[in-house]
Design a binder for this molecule. Structure first.
Ligand code: RFL
Ligand code: PHB
Length: 391
């Protein structure tokens, strides 16, 4: 079948779904193509920290009704090292800015619900997606759905298909890529137990990094540093709790345990592809860049990309002005590289790299002490963590 839309969106992660919602609000119609099932996409556990700018964008996209009821606002984080836990009051340091705890899974569920309620095109379980003609003025996407072949003609293709998608490889030859792999990963669990700390705890420990986060007043999300190719089968729940207890132990405080509902291992990588556009194909979010999760920036960067792209498309459709579209990549990459540096810095300061010696550890501890004693250093961390207004 032959279909037509203003914008073809490949991928129904946060980037693709937010873009589709923003465009729809101004009458620009899109078709969203997702190669996984709705159940899979809605069950995938990912990020949990939203910057205020991301919440504002979701507001504009019209999907914050449940978020405003359920999200938890945090004004700070804790940094733990050398047996001490220090509070970084991010709101005080940044003139009242805070972060919001609301799972990416919930954001995606809300976006899918609104899109389907409004009867707008969003196809799950598509196969054999390929992108064509973006060098010229008549791009199109080919795909299979329900055993039938389709061609989707459009003005622009948005590659929102994540790190393992097909859009970035389609323009591989014009891209410069920059990458760093880290010699460790994160083993993450979702546990049915109230969080033991009101705010997030980032813990530096000789046995490796640990992070205490949450999803709701009754659900904890916890991570420990592990090998990048760690075999999850070697980690029965008791062993995970033991390790979490050892790495976050503090006099006068206890980490409450509960049933583990989900667990998995994530590798850590920094990656940027430049430019984020070729002809009429635009890359957004993880399709163009990856950060290690320590800075909680991945989802927020994806949201920023699609805000810039949506505004540029609105300008183009309304006034035929391509200036903002042409500046898309340059505009996004400034924030991308700031987040790359911040995420790399947080990661290097908090993890115990294999082969690291006492000198490395002393430098980390000195940096952590500086960040928790100097207002200037704490402000630098805080303004990056809550999201810089201007980059
Ligand atoms: P996604 O979410 O990967 O979505 C891409 C979608 O495209 C689909 N797809 C295709 N569809 C059609 N055809 C194809 N050929 C396709 N190939 C792929 C995929 O199935 C998928 O549905 O990318 P997007 O939208 O750019 O969003 C990026 C975020 O998901 C990611 O950056 C964050 O999850 C990163 N991240 C965090 N970010 C934060 O801002 N704050 C956090 O606290 C945070 N914590 C995390 C994280 C990522 C983690 N993992 C698992 C990598 C914690 C973890 C553990
Ligand atoms: C999470 O809650 O999943 C989370 C929080 C902070 C991070 C990364 C992940 O830096």
């Amino acid at each position: 079948m032959r279909l037509r839309a203003h914008v073809a969106i490949v991928g129904a992660g946060p980037a693709g779904l937010i873009l589709a919602a923003l465009l729809h609000r101004t009458g620009i119609e899109s078709v969203v193509l997702e190669d996984r099932s709705r159940e899979y996409v809605e069950a995938r556990i990912r990020a949990g920290v939203l910057e205020q700018g991301t919440v504002d964008l979701l507001e504009r996209a019209g999907v914050t009704e449940r978020l405003h009821r359920e999200a938890i606002v945090h004004g700070g984080i804790h940094l733990q090292f050398d047996g001490e836990r220090h509070h970084v009051p991010m709101d005080e340091l940044t003139g009242g800015r805070s972060i919001v705890i609301y799972g990416q899974t919930e954001v995606v569920k809300d976006l899918i619900a609104v899109r389907l309620e409004e009867d707008l095109p969003l196809l799950f379980d598509v196969d054999e997606v390929s992108v064509h003609g973006f060098d010229g003025d008549e791009p199109y996407v080919r795909f299979e759905h329900d055993g039938e072949e389709h061609r989707l003609d459009c003005d622009v293709i948005a590659g929102c298909d994540g790190f393992h998608g097909i859009c970035r490889p389609a323009i591989q030859t014009v891209l410069h890529t920059f990458a760093r792999d880290y010699p460790y990963g994160w083993l993450g669990i979702l546990a049915d137990v109230a969080p033991s700390s009101e705010e997030l705890v980032y813990a530096h420990h000789q046995r490796g990094f640990a992070l205490l986060s949450l999803r709701s007043p009754t659900r904890s999300r916890l991570y420990i540093q592990c090998a990048p190719d760690e075999d999850i089968a070697k980690w029965p729940d008791e062993r995970i709790w033991e390790e979490l207890q050892a790495r976050t132990a503090l006099d006068g405080w206890t980490l409450d345990e509960g049933p583990v509902l989900e667990k998995g291992v994530t590798g850590m990588r920094s990656f940027v592809a430049e430019p984020m556009q070729h002809g009429r194909l635009f890359l957004t979010g993880d399709a163009a860049h990856i950060v290690p999760p320590t800075g909680a920036k991945g989802l927020n960067l994806a949201a920023h990309d699609v805000r810039v792209l949506a505004d540029a498309l609105i300008e183009w459709y309304a006034h035929g002005d391509r200036t903002a579209l042409d500046a898309y990549s340059t505009e996004c990459l400034r924030r991308v590289w700031r987040a790359e540096h911040f995420s790399w810095w947080m990661t290097s300061m908090l993890h115990n790299a294999p082969g690291a010696d006492e000198f490395d550890r002393k430098l980390q501890l000195s940096q952590l002490r500086y960040v928790t004693t100097s207002t200037a250093a704490a402000t630098s961390l805080a303004e990056n963590y809550v999201g810089l207004e201007r980059v």
